[in-house]
Ligand binder design. Structure first.
Ligand SMILES: [Zn+2]
Length: 364
């Protein structure tokens, strides 16, 4: 086992560029540079950067051709052109400013650095603190606050530029289904996509249990939709499904699409997790990764929009990666006053899901 070294991918631009053009409470207003600033200030305050096991790293410099691994030339040129024109609203969930193209490209470089660094053993784990997020972006278009698909682009970079063909597991814990990310690997048996996300069971949407992948990739797309309002214990119950799947899949690398918008005070998500849930999650994934793949995990920031809680969620992940005790902030105790478990609903969903997956997995 390598000595512990956690790479944290940072750049000042993530805390200053791509500023939403409209104030709160418009949906787009929440994807703000202060998401990054509040995390960095907090990590500084708790002394994280004094820890010798933590290394600050800049995003990898990439050129436009790298973006073409994941996106059509039309999409890349469209974002560049609108940025050059000063920006605009692509739809009610995607904004572009004069510096969006450069920052979104840098975000892809940040994710690549985080993931390549782990693959090449520069660090044991990594965390890319990047924005804009990526998991809703499709090959042909931006969507849901995402411009380019940071994780998909990184995986395609590993495949096409580094000839890295080992199995990769993506675990997406953002509150929302990573529709763009799922699409990239829907047919691909070498990439497992597991997404736990809030789902509106009264309306049709993507991200239901029966979207299992296609052709050779069937069984490797796993959606665990949950009702709004899940609490920490519910989250842990859902995560229990992960371990047998990862044990059977045997990934060489685990990538976490690290959205923190299931946090109870998030302005966009409707779940009720506290920061301790992310500590529990990261500790569990670290243990599994140490058993399966020499601890290789990359966290890549996706959503998470509450600037008071988000820094604690990120601290909770780092504390788990560094095997240190995490103390949740006292104000989170209030979050638990009105919480009720959704476990009976979750049992039904898990039963449906495991039945659908059983032809493709022996041990669930
Ligand atoms: Zn989200």
């Amino acid at each position: 086992m390598l000595n512990k070294k956690v790479g944290i991918i940072l750049d000042d631009d993530f805390g200053s560029k791509h500023i939403p053009p409209y104030p709160k409470p418009s949906f787009i207003s929440f994807e703000h540079p202060n998401r990054i600033n509040c995390i960095l200030n907090h990590l500084e305050r708790i002394g994280l950067f004094k820890d010798k096991r933590v290394v600050k790293v800049k995003p990898k410099e990439i050129d436009e051709a790298i973006l073409e691994l994941a996106h059509s030339k039309y999409h890349i040129k469209a974002i560049k052109k609108i940025s050059n024109l000063g920006g605009g609203l692509l739809d009610e969930e995607v904004f572009v400013t004069d510096d969006t193209f450069d920052l979104a490209k840098k975000a892809v470089g940040g994710a690549i650095e985080a993931i390549e660094g782990v693959v090449k053993n520069s660090y044991t784990q990594s965390f890319a603190l990047i924005r804009p997020p990526g998991h809703h972006a499709y090959r042909e278009k931006s969507s849901g606050l995402c411009i380019f698909n940071n994780i998909a682009n990184s995986i395609l970079y590993l495949r096409k530029k580094l000839s890295y063909n080992d199995k990769i597991a993506i675990i997406d814990i953002d509150d929302h289904f990573g529709d763009g990310l799922a699409q990239y690997f829907y047919h691909d048996p070498s990439v497992l996509y597991f997404s736990l996300h809030e789902f509106d069971f009264t309306e049709g949407d993507l991200g239901m249990v029966d979207e299992l992948g296609i052709d050779e990739g069937i069984g490797k797309n796993i959606n665990f939709p949950v009702p709004e309002g899940i609490i920490n214990e519910d989250f842990y119950y859902c995560l229990d499904l992960l371990e047998p799947i990862l044990n059977e899949f045997q990934p060489a690398l685990i990538i976490v699409a690290a959205g923190f918008d299931m946090y109870y005070a998030d302005p966009i998500g409707n779940c009720l997790l506290t920061s301790s849930a992310y500590n529990h999650f990261a500790a569990k994934i670290l243990r599994i990764a140490e058993e399966l793949c020499e601890g290789r995990i990359s966290f890549v920031l996706e959503g998470g929009y509450n600037v008071i809680g988000l820094p604690y969620c990120v601290e909770a992940v780092f504390k788990a990666l560094l095997n240190e005790k995490y103390e949740a902030p006292i104000f989170e105790k209030d979050a638990l006053l009105l919480c009720e478990s959704n476990i009976e609903d979750l049992k039904k969903i898990k039963k449906m899901l495991t039945k659908l997956l059983s032809p493709y997995w022996e041990h669930i």
